[in-house]
Design a protein around this ligand. Sequence first.
Ligand SMILES: Nc1ncnc2c1ncn2[C@@H]1O[C@H](COP(=O)(O)OP(=O)(O)OP(=O)(O)O)[C@@H](O)[C@H]1O
Ligand SMILES: [Mg+2]
Length: 312
Amino acid sequence: MGDAVKVVNISKKYKGVVALDHVSLTIKKNSIFGLLGSNGAGKSTLLHIIIGLLNPNEGDVYVLDEKINKGFSKNLKNKVAIVPQKLSLYEELTIFENLYFFAKSYGLPRKEVLEKIEGLKNILRLGDLHRKVKNLSGGYQRRTSLAVGLIGSPEILILDEATVGIDLETKKIINELLLSLKEHMTVITTTHSLEEAEAICDYVYFLHKGKKVLEGTLQDIIKKYSAENSGDIHIVFKDEEAAKKIFDLFGETKILRMEGNKLYLVFFSGQYSANVLTNFLNKIKGYEKDIVDISIHKPNLEEIMLQLIKSD
Ligand SMILES: Nc1ncnc2c1ncn2[C@@H]1O[C@H](COP(=O)(O)OP(=O)(O)OP(=O)(O)O)[C@@H](O)[C@H]1O
Ligand SMILES: [Mg+2]
């Protein structure tokens, strides 16, 4: 009870293609939920099912505690907004006209509409509102699309690849806005960019070929995989020759790699690593003056995801 979205064991096939395979998830209110996955993972399909545009072949979906059954009720229509992957603005109309049109479709009074448009103009730095959408750059079309999504003050805002192919400034504006929004709404966003997920998401759900690979809070995922799956120690030598000297002391080994004047030592948590590390430190004794820098590198989300897909 009280969750923004609950998806229970849904599957979706398109003529033989399995787009979603028994997916379950819960999205908490007032959080930023990141749906991650590469092309074709099933992200858009899942979002379209959540907003009642598509029906799953099996499983149930609840949005704000209401079971979705063949489309949205009128009650939900005003509470959930999607900013689609393929923009759906009226290209021949201006930014203002687009915002005005969508605001009126929510039945808002004119005065309130004008105030909201002014507010969104400032937050999203939309500039001159009387420019036609078709003449806007990709970044401004994205900003306008997001403004349209927000004009009805939804309780749940769904963004399908909202920051793909846009400039850094727009990306920054959108990400800052999303972070400030979660006080009042739940944000569901899809992205290929793990870096972006790390910057804004409270919780991530990683889909690969229609199946869940991983879910959790970012802190938990990174903690879990850094502990289990190790990290690297990077040792930088003054030159390649010095690095090679140490490298040769070890012979064939999978835990030590050399690139130019750098050695990479993989470590895992536990006794094994303790032995490896002590052994390594013993061997490099006397060579300290050849070492310029030592640093520890823990895997980031991107590396964790790549590892998981690779072992698939
Ligand atoms: N209307 C459709 N008819 C047939 N197959 C489809 C249809 N829509 C999606 N698919 C297939 O379903 C799978 C999931 O597609 P979906 O668009 O949900 O992935 P996605 O994660 O959103 O990908 P992207 O990152 O490219 O947007 C893919 O294999 C895709 O080819
Ligand atoms: Mg998609």
